[in-house]
Design a protein around this ligand. Structure first.
Ligand code: NAG
Ligand code: NAG
Length: 593
């Protein structure tokens, strides 16, 4: 076109050339302007069940996580970052909303601490405000990739709980959690059966069946129905009970699904290349949105069981299938960070990497040749694991990078929480934090940017269901971090886990109540080996923790219990997502990577 400008003598052409040049100049200037004043992007990595001991930069010298280590060396490592509830659903809600999950009804006196099906009516209430909604208000493009586990429908086909209704423009992932049933080939374990055992659903089933049969019997006895009527009723009850009992076996199809926004794109999910698919989705999102401010949340369906890797990661680590899973996850983190570099976004993107809670110690392989191999995470020097008040349950490996604001190669060892991320993101983006509700997280840019060293949290509460099992706090600004523990799970003898229930429980005969409570000096005894002697000083600490707990509990308003059995396990067939009724069987195209 420029050549045309010289060789053409026609005024019309000259005019159009001039206009084109002018527009080009404006565009170049505008682009420059965009890149200098463009709001920062946010990239959040959330790993499922990754333990404190699973990552190179957190002291593991045999597993290879070069990409997470790179993040840490270019940013800050948070060595005492905690989640307020050590199971998937409530921890995820807390991260997204900056609030204790009990405020959203995600804490229940029932045995449930998570959702049990895709066709249940429980979920994180849409009135909760996520950081995606906060950023949406500030003009961001937003996407959520991966595991959600915060519900789908509240009633028939309303998609009320999906990420799309919580500020995310785009969603691609598993709305449920990845369970053992999703394994292909099967790994010999059933998470649904385990859950049915814990929640005693099997007894409910038996009771229901007996009640229904009695009803048929009584109806016939008193001649309320005739012979044919009672026969039909008898057959229906038998069929109904049988299907209910068989449900766990077919749960792969019902629970292990992949969705893109409101559409089911794979059923059941084929895990093998899933990490590659997520990685490709993430890098294309970054490429497509490099001109706009964006939020990308990558919530891996790793390193939770069922374990899976693509072929090139099978057998590469020194730590069996579990190690392979960690290393593939790290590879993906690297690919996504590379996409930032390649699009010139490294310095304008706040990256946060964390896990939803500690490793699930009770997950152990049963297949021939692999019996007893650990399949849950490794919590390093920390005691206990997933679903426990101990540090192994609540402390999560966390790294943040935001050059140049966050100085490289730094460490923050004071207590912080995943709930801090919402107010922190809002501050960096210049967006508004919701002011019509309590936000429990604290804005921590001062500390991240190396400007002040003061702990952002005074009292941090560790929940198990609706009960506070422990309180972590630092009475003096520069002093020791203490933890007061009221309740601990009863372990299977000789272990630090609850193999008898598969996940430690929160109440009743499954826990020990401590009176007086246990007090630990976490600064000098992070492994929680030696409870402090009961002196005047420790008594004062206990008093402080109790007073703070009572104050906090008083300020929690009662809301609908999302984990009631009615909402969290009662299967409603009409709510089941299905890609092609009645088969509910389909594959996503182009998944060979
Ligand atoms: C490193 O991680 C693997 C996998 O979880 C674990 O088996 C191993 O014990 C860890 N090593 C250290 C030194 O923590
Ligand atoms: C994953 O990709 C490989 C090619 O790398 C292909 O052979 C395999 O069939 C794919 N697996 C699935 C489940 O799509």
């Amino acid at each position: 076109m420029l050549r045309n400008c010289y060789i053409s003598s026609q005024t019309m052409k000259l005019a159009s050339c001039t206009t084109a040049l002018f527009l080009l100049t404006v565009l170049v200037l505008a682009k420059d302007d965009v890149s200098t004043t463009k709001k920062p992007n946010f990239l959040i990595f959330l790993v499922d069940d990754l333990g404190m001991g699973d990552v190179g930069c957190f002291g593991n010298d045999t597993i290879r996580t070069p990409n997470i280590d790179r993040l840490a060396s270019e940013g800050v490592k948070l060595t005492h970052n905690m989640v307020p509830a050590p199971t998937c659903t409530p921890s995820r809600a807390a991260l997204l909303t900056g609030r204790y999950p009990i405020r959203a009804g995600l804490a229940s006196k029932t045995v449930n601490t998570m959702f049990g099906c895709n066709a249940c009516t429980g979920g994180m209430p849409p009135y909760e405000i996520t950081f995606a909604e906060v950023l949406k208000e500030a003009g961001y493009e937003t996407a959520y990739l991966g595991k959600w586990h915060l519900g789908i429908h509240s009633s028939y086909q309303d998609y009320a709980y999906l990420p799309n209704n919580q500020g995310f423009d785009y969603y691609y992932g598993m709305p449920f959690t990845k369970i053992n049933e999703c394994a292909d080939p099967p790994n010999g374990r059933s998470s649904v059966m385990q859950l049915m055992r814990i929640s005693k659903l099997i007894y409910y089933w038996a009771t229901l069946t007996v009640v229904l049969y009695s009803f048929v019997f009584v109806s016939k006895w008193f001649n309320i129905v005739g012979f044919r009527g009672s026969l039909i009723m008898f057959v229906s009850v038998t069929l109904f009970s049988y299907l209910l009992l068989k449900y766990p076996e077919s749960s792969q199809r019902f629970l292990c699904i992949l969705m893109k926004n409101h559409e089911v794109v794979e059923q059941p999910i084929r895990l093998e290349n899933m990490t590659v698919r997520f990685t490709n989705q993430a890098t294309s999102f970054i490429r497509e949105n490099k001109e706009k401010p964006f939020l990308l949340m990558m919530a891996y369906v790793k390193v939770h069981t069922a374990l899976f890797t693509s072929k090139q990661f099978a057998g590469v680590s020194r730590h069996g299938q579990y190690g392979d899973n960690v290393e593939e996850m790290d590879w993906s983190v690297g690919k996504i960070l590379d996409a930032l570099d390649q699009n010139g976004l490294k310095d304008n993107t706040f990256v946060y990497f964390t896990s939803d809670h500690g490793g699930h110690i009770e997950e152990v392989a049963v297949e021939k040749g692999r019996e007893g191999e650990r399949e849950g995470g490794w919590n390093g020097i920390y005691k206990g694991g997933k679903s426990q008040v101990w540090e192994g349950g609540v402390r999560v490996p966390t790294v943040a990078r935001y050059p140049p604001s966050i100085p490289s190669n730094t460490v923050i060892s004071v207590p912080t929480s995943t709930m801090d991320i919402l107010p922190t993101i809002a501050k960096i983006a210049g967006a508004k934090v919701p002011d019509d509700r309590i936000i429990d997280g604290r804005e921590m840019t001062g500390m991240l940017f190396g400007k002040d060293k003061i702990a952002v949290h005074d009292f941090f509460f560790i929940y198990c269901g609706p009960w506070i099992h422990g309180v972590t706090f630092r009475p003096d600004e520069e002093g020791i971090v203490y933890k007061v523990i009221f309740t601990t799970p009863k372990w299977t003898q000789g272990t630090q886990a609850c193999f008898h229930t598969w996940l430690c429980q929160c109440k009743g005969r499954f826990v020990d109540q401590h009176d007086p409570p246990l007090v630990f000096d976490l600064t000098n005894d992070p492994g929680e080996h030696h409870p402090l002697k009961l002196t005047g000083e420790t008594k004062a600490l206990i008093q402080k923790a109790k007073a703070a707990r009572d104050r906090h509990e008083k300020a929690v308003e009662p809301v609908t219990d999302q984990f009631s059995l009615y909402r969290s396990v009662l299967f409603r067939p009409w709510l089941q997502p299905c890609c092609n009724f009645p088969y509910c069987s389909c594959k996503e195209d182009n998944t060979d990577m």
